[in-house]
Design a protein around this ligand. Structure first.
Ligand code: SAM
Length: 284
């Protein structure tokens, strides 16, 4: 690999433009062009030789470059086959395997065991915005990462890291907090990307728990209760969870046995209260 700074417009012009490359909006392609940002993201990975990284959407490799200097091994999953030869050329001499694939379709746990065996597995990504929610769900449900560091739109970061009874608190907040501890690391202005997106971004860290944050009798019912509670924010809980509880009477009985005021609104409930409520519904 030559010494060109990959997090730069100059690298995009020198490496990709001669091939007639154009950025694909439908693949969420906004590449990092401010070197300080991938430096800062990669600094969150311990460089003690004990970590392996799966990167989603390496693009031209701005982040891959930094991460591969700290990780013992890496595997990078990229959907756009126009980028594969450049990635292979740039990182072929480092311990980086390039896999052409769709993060929503590949078997993440198998990739981790195949490429990162014996290491602490981490996932890093500047996520393509069009798959933010399903990609985060796939990463959490793969249950194979000890650390997940992601660039997402600022609004999504706020939603994921919010607390009960705040405007950003949502069913997705509860979903993520069931699987992982959440924190926003720092904000990233739109001008750090090329082409610049319309909105600012933020880097978040999710640290998956070894077991879910709360123990529930029926996980599918727990997630249905959460979704239903947020479906209409103006409805009181006794109305919003009636479809899950089978009837308004069922909802009232479950709320009473869970010790939750039926006049409360879903967005005020903590993760623990959602767990108690869904267990009360399952006992109806
Ligand atoms: N990591 C690079 C950077 O920070 O400069 C590029 C980030 S760009 C926001 C998103 C990258 O994800 C692009 O390279 C895009 O081609 C790739 N991508 C889009 N959809 C994908 C998918 N479903 N699976 C894997 N990669 C995908």
């Amino acid at each position: 690999m030559n010494d060109i700074e990959l997090a730069s417009v100059a690298a995009i012009k020198a490496i990709l433009y001669p091939d007639g490359f154009h950025f694909s909006k439908s693949m969420g392609q906004n590449f990092l062009v401010n070197p300080a940002i991938p430096d800062r993201i990669a600094s969150t990975l311990p460089d003690d030789g004990a970590w392996g990284v799966l990167e989603v959407g390496p693009g031209l490799g701005a982040l891959t470059d930094r991460l591969s200097r700290r990780a013992a091994r890496m595997v990078a999953v990229e959907l756009d086959d126009r980028l594969i030869p450049h990635l292979e050329n740039n990182f072929g001499e480092r311990s980086v395997s390039i896999v052409k694939g769709d993060v929503l379709k590949v078997d993440l746990a198998s990739l981790v065991s195949e490429h990162l065996e014996g290491l602490h597995p981490a996932c890093y990504a500047n996520l393509p915005y069009y798959i933010t929610t399903p990609a985060i769900s796939a990463l959490l449900e793969a249950k194979c990462f000890e650390k997940i560091v992601l660039m997402v739109q600022k609004e999504v970061a706020r939603r994921i890291c919010s607390a009960p009874a705040t405007p950003d608190y949502s069913a997705f907040t509860v979903y993520v907090s069931y699987f992982a501890a959440r924190k926003t690391l720092f904000g990233v202005p739109a001008g750090c990307f090329f082409p610049a997106p319309k909105v600012d971004s933020a880097v978040i860290e999710l640290d998956p728990f070894s077991a879910p944050a709360v123990k529930v009798k029926d996980e599918a019912l727990f997630f249905r209760t959460v979704r239903s509670s947020f479906e209409n924010r103006r409805k009181t809980l006794s109305n919003s969870i009636a479809p899950v509880a089978g009837s308004r009477e069922g909802a009232l009985a479950a709320l009473e046995s869970a010790g939750i005021d039926p006049k409360r609104r879903g967005e005020t409930l903590s993760l623990e209260e959602f767990a108690t409520l869904s267990d009360a519904i399952s006992a109806l």
